[in-house]
Design a protein around this ligand. Structure first.
Ligand code: PLP
Length: 400
């Protein structure tokens, strides 16, 4: 055992503890739902989950997973191209493509994997990849990986600053190809990418648009088809990636959706496809059931939107000033990381589970309580949460 290695890790953890920014794990003993059983605490109301549509414990979704466990067994025991492709993968991928409005889709074991597998496969030497400053860590790392492999050129434009985007594209007009990488919904802000303008800019500058819709799939648009549906531009984004770990049942998994030739290329060349096991069939089956459920129950999306609007108005009425937006992500800026974490602990004592996010997830000085609303919440849940946040805000001196 290398004791220096272990003691250097321990001193890093001690530093975080001294700053009050050490993350603590809370263990749940029941399914994700509006209210969950937290080990050692009993029932708490959850305001931190990506279970946007309440599908994590939807009977049809759960039963589909159980059925697949019986039909296909515990796992794939192989990567896709050897012997790990099951019929349920094909059904899921067809449903995902149909749902987000593309020719084809390819599943991965996570959206993180999908983003890394995609960028490293499509980017080549001489390309220019430009990324929104607030893009998710998986996009950032996917571009870093692609750059390390291909020596492509990369750039970052200020968050949603389209003049900056255009300037960066113009400066790289001689690149072999230009790729614009954006989140559909930015997870820490709850803001929505200016997609119609980005598509126009891409046309003007002969660029490819790649969008991660992880927080928009099942959430935005009248029927939950995501950012493109929200703006009425379904079918116009070159490549969409998203997760199965949030609105679509919440189990795990992600996907890339786009032209059939792209998905075929990923099958041939994307390294996570070639060297890592396929999505477990149980997860594929419950995700498929989630997509089908959503196709036949678009009213869930309406409930989610109404709940989010209700909470946003109520939290403003209670004296807070959350970041503006139209999504179910409602961030309440607190400032210092330790304060946000302390407030989140005080809220837990009130029976509300909402996570405080600080540096390095968000910039210094903008630590926040990120509230996430679900269609599973009742109005009584939301009222209770607002009252508790107000009480704790006063106690913590954040609210007068
Ligand atoms: C925008 C975005 N992309 C990708 C991911 C990663 O998703 P997954 O858990 O499927 O890897 C997340 C998860 O937080 C996300 O918010």
């Amino acid at each position: 055992m290398n004791t220096n290695f272990v003691s250097s890790l321990q001193s890093g953890l001690d530093d975080l503890a001294a700053k009050g920014t050490l993350k603590k794990l809370n263990y749940l003993a029941s399914p994700q739902a509006a209210r969950v059983q937290m080990e050692g605490r009993g029932e708490v109301l959850i305001l931190s989950s990506n279970n946007y549509l309440g599908l994590c414990n939807e009977p049809e979704v759960v039963e589909a997973g159980i059925g697949a466990l019986r039909q296909y067994g515990a796992g794939t025991a192989s990567v896709r191209f050897i012997c790990g492709t099951f019929t349920v993968h094909r059904e899921l991928e067809a449903a995902l493509a149909r749902f987000v409005g593309t020719q084809a889709a390819m599943s991965y074991v996570s959206a993180w994997n999908a983003n890394e597998g995609l960028t490293a496969t499509i980017v080549e030497e001489g390309d220019f990849v430009v990324s929104d400053a607030l893009n998710h860590a998986s996009i950032i790392d996917s571009i870093r990986l692609a750059k390390a492999i291909t020596k492509c050129t990369t750039g970052v434009y200020q968050h949603s600053d389209l003049d900056d985007l255009v300037a960066k594209l113009k400066a790289n007009q001689s690149a072999r190809r230009r790729i614009i990488w954006t989140d559909g919904v930015f997870s820490m802000e709850g803001s929505i990418a200016k997609l119609p303008q980005i598509l126009q800019i891409a046309k003007d500058h002969d660029a490819i648009v790649v969008m991660d819709d992880s927080h928009a799939t099942g959430v935005l648009g009248r029927t939950g088809r995501g950012t493109a549906e929200h703006f009425g531009v379904l079918g116009e984004v070159d490549v969409i990636t998203s997760t199965l770990g949030k609105a679509l049942g919440g189990a795990a998994g992600g996907f890339v959706a786009g032209p059939a030739a792209l998905c075929d290329t990923l099958t041939q060349r994307s390294r996570p496809q070639l060297f890592s096991n396929a999505l477990p069939p149980t997860v594929a089956a419950s995700s498929l059931a989630a997509v089908e459920f959503l196709e036949s129950h678009p009213e869930r999306v309406t409930t989610l939107r109404e709940n989010a609007n209700y909470f946003r108005a109520a939290i403003k009425e209670a004296g807070f000033n959350p970041l503006d937006g139209e999504t179910p992500i409602v961030p309440i800026i607190i400032g210092e990381t330790a304060d946000a974490i302390r407030m989140s602990e005080m809220l837990l004592a009130e029976g509300i589970f909402v996570t405080g996010f600080g540096f390095p997830v968000v910039p210094h000085g903008t630590a926040r309580l990120r509230c996430q609303i679900s269609a599973a919440h009742t109005r009584a849940d939301l009222d209770y949460a607002v009252r508790a946040i107000q009480k704790v805000g006063r106690k913590a001196g954040v609210l007068r």
